[in-house]
Design a protein around this ligand. Structure first.
Ligand SMILES: [Mg+2]
Length: 180
């Protein structure tokens, strides 16, 4: 027997709820005495603009269990997700399998900044093809392409040249899309 289910919105963590890129930039710039900014990264990933010799170091950051613990929340995310959660079924879905040592820190981070999201609505997965939702908000087209959901591309420097629509540029746009 099918039961009526509320509209389900799945929301990615890194670059959507969490400003992970700023943390990586801060750490990389401070380790190497550089000043790369988000503006330098239009259409590129951080690994694309750093010298080959430093890539291994950069790629090691997210494997440090503490890396994800003190990341800033994306502006507006807390207020808008809180409102969404009163109207919709909200899941936080992270392809955390890329960094298995991050599970604890990522879970604690969501609980700290989004305490109104119950633990059972936090999902760490490998492929986002497992995601079945009405909507998925994510900064990676390759995740939107495989999820069983209407994909909403959340703008990040690396995806500014991607053709996906709809594109949401900020949490204000998310509020506009679902709540207005
Ligand atoms: Mg992401």
């Amino acid at each position: 027997v099918k039961i009526a289910v509320p509209t389900r919105i799945a929301i990615d963590m890194d670059e959507v709820l969490a400003d992970t890129l700023s943390k990586a930039l801060r750490q990389y710039n401070s380790d190497l005495g550089l000043s790369i900014t988000k503006q330098d990264l239009a259409g590129k990933k951080l690994r694309d603009v750093i010298p080959e010799v430093h890539r291994r170091q950069l790629e090691g950051y997210p494997h440090d269990p503490g890396f994800f613990r003190d990341i800033d929340v994306m502006p507006g995310a807390q207020e808008v997700v809180k409102q969404l959660a009163t109207h919709f079924e909200v899941f936080v879905v992270s392809a955390a399998m890329e960094y298995p040592s991050s599970f604890g820190a990522k879970f604690d981070w969501v609980q700290e900044h989004f305490p109104f999201i119950p633990a059972r609505n936090i999902v760490f997965c490998g492929s986002k093809s497992i995601v079945t939702a009405d909507f998925l908000i994510d900064d990676h087209v390759h995740h939107l392409e495989v999820a069983r959901a209407q994909g909403l591309l959340f703008e990040a420097p690396h995806n500014v040249n991607e053709a996906w629509t709809p594109r949401l540029k900020s949490w204000e746009d998310v509020a506009q899309y679902f709540l207005k």
